[in-house]
Design a protein around this ligand. Structure first.
Ligand SMILES: Nc1ncnc2c1ncn2[C@@H]1O[C@H](COP(=O)(O)OP(=O)(O)OP(=O)(O)O)[C@@H](O)[C@H]1O
Ligand SMILES: [Mg+2]
Length: 346
C-alpha cells in the first residue's frame, strides 16, 4: 500500500477475557488504534472451545459497539485440542506434491479423521536428514471453525483469518524483537486454562503445543484446599497476587500449585527435547494474564530464565484513542490479539 493505513483488527476470545485490538499499518510503522477487554461469561469458553455461543455473542457485540471498531475482516485464533501442530519428516518430493502427501500421512499422526480437519503446512528451512524435508503440519478441527463462524454471524462480525494461538504468539514476538537465525527461543503465553508453548528455530516455529494449565489451575487448587466456590477462590487468588492480606492457606496453596504448573511445563520441554536434535535454548519470553499470579513470574525466571514479552515494544499508539497507561496495564493479556493483527499485516 502506497498511501494511507491498513486496519488490522483481531479478537482473542479467552476463557477469562475477550480482547479486541485494532492496529493500523502504514509503510513505516504499526500503531495501536484501539484496545479493549471484557470478561468472558462463566464457562462460555472451556479449554479454548466455544461452549456458550449466545452468552459470548452478547459480550462480543458490546465490545465492538462500545469501542466503535469495524466488524469486518476480523482475525481470530483457535487454541487447545481443537488444533494439532506436528513436525513430520518426509523424503524430498516436488513442492507441488506435498499437499497431497500430507493428506495421506495425516492419518497416522492426527487423532482425528482427515475429513474432520482443515490441514495446512509449512516446509521448514532445515531438516533432520539431508534426504528429507521437515514439515510443520497444522490440523484444525472443522467443527471449531464452524462454531467460530456461527458466533461471528450471531455477533454481526466477519472473519477473514483463522489463525492459531501459538502462531500469533510467534508473530507478536517476531515483530517486536531482533534476534539471530541461530537462536533457539521458547515462548510462553500463560492464559487461564491453557498455556501456549512455542519453540522458534531459524526464525520459524518448529514446535507448538497448548499445555492445559494456567491461571485457573491456581484458582481450582484454592477452591479445593479451602472448600469454597470458584468465584471466591478467584477473588482470593487476585487479592493475594496484589499483596493484600489473605489466609496463609491461600499462599501455601499457590506455592504448591507453582510446582504442579512447572511439572507440566517440564514434561512438554522434555517431550520437545526428546523428539528433536535440539539441546538447549538461547532465550525465553513469557506473557499472559497468568503471569499476574503471586510468585509465578519469579518462578518462571528462576526455572526458565524468562524475560517478559512486550507486545507493544515496536509499536506506536494513536494518542486520540489509546493511552500509554492502558497499553502498559494490558500488555500481558494482549499478546495473542496483537500477534493475530500483526500476522494479518505480514
Ligand atoms: N490481578 C491478577 N492476579 C492474579 N491473577 C490474575 C490477575 N488478573 C488476571 N489474572 C489471571 O490471569 C488469567 C487470565 O489470563 P488471560 O487473559 O491471558 O487468559 P485467557 O486468554 O482469558 O484464557 P485462555 O487463553 O486460557 O483461554 C486468569 O486465570 C486470571 O485469574
Ligand atoms: Mg488466552
Amino acid at each position: 500500500m502506497l498511501f494511507g493505513k491498513k486496519k488490522l483488527i483481531s479478537l482473542d476470545i479467552g476463557a477469562n477475557s475477550i480482547k479486541l485490538i485494532e492496529l493500523a499499518k502504514s509503510r513505516k510503522s504499526m500503531s495501536v488504534e484501539r484496545i479493549a477487554v471484557l470478561p468472558t461469561p462463566m464457562n462460555a469458553i472451556v479449554n479454548g472451545e466455544i461452549r456458550d455461543t449466545d452468552a459470548l455473542a452478547t459480550v462480543i457485540s458490546r465490545i465492538f459497539e462500545e469501542n466503535k471498531v469495524a466488524k469486518k475482516n476480523i482475525a481470530i485464533a483457535l487454541n487447545g485440542s481443537q488444533v494439532i501442530v506436528k513436525k513430520i519428516s518426509i523424503p524430498k518430493i516436488d513442492e507441488s506434491l506435498i499437499a497431497e502427501q500430507i493428506k495421506w500421512e495425516a492419518e497416522q499422526y492426527i487423532p482425528y479423521e482427515v475429513n474432520e480437519v482443515n490441514l495446512d503446512y509449512n516446509v521448514l528451512k532445515s531438516s533432520d536428514d539431508p534426504g528429507n524435508i521437515s514439515i510443520l503440519v497444522v490440523a484444525a478441527l472443522r467443527e471449531a471453525i464452524g462454531k467460530n463462524l456461527e458466533l461471528a454471524t450471531m455477533s454481526g462480525y466477519s472473519i477473514d483469518v483463522v489463525d492459531i494461538g501459538g502462531f500469533a504468539l510467534f508473530n507478536v514476538f517476531n515483530h517486536n524483537y531482533d534476534y539471530e537465525d541461530s537462536d533457539r527461543i521458547v515462548l510462553f503465553n500463560i492464559g487461564s486454562q491453557l498455556t501456549n508453548f512455542v519453540v522458534v528455530e531459524n526464525k520459524e516455529i518448529v514446535f507448538s503445543r497448548d499445555i492445559p494449565v494456567g491461571g485457573h489451575s491456581y484458582t481450582q487448587e484454592i477452591e479445593k484446599a479451602l472448600g469454597i466456590d470458584f468465584q471466591e477462590a478467584e477473588a482470593l487468588k487476585i487479592s493475594a497476587s496484589k499483596g493484600e492480606e489473605v489466609p496463609q492457606e491461600v499462599i501455601s496453596t499457590i506455592s504448591m500449585a507453582h510446582d504442579y504448573f512447572c511439572d507440566e511445563i517440564n514434561s512438554t520441554i522434555e517431550f520437545f527435547l526428546n523428539s528433536s536434535e535440539s539441546s538447549g535454548f538461547t532465550s525465553s519470553y513469557v506473557t499472559g494474564g497468568g503471569l499476574r499470579v503471586f510468585g509465578l513470574y519469579e518462578k518462571m525466571v528462576k526455572n526458565y530464565k524468562v524475560k517478559k514479552l512486550d507486545p507493544f515494544k515496536k509499536m506506536e499508539l494513536n494518542p486520540k484513542t489509546v493511552t500509554a497507561a492502558a497499553l502498559h496495564k494490558l500488555s500481558d493479556i494482549s499478546s495473542i490479539a496483537v500477534g493475530l493483527s500483526v500476522g494479518k499485516g505480514i
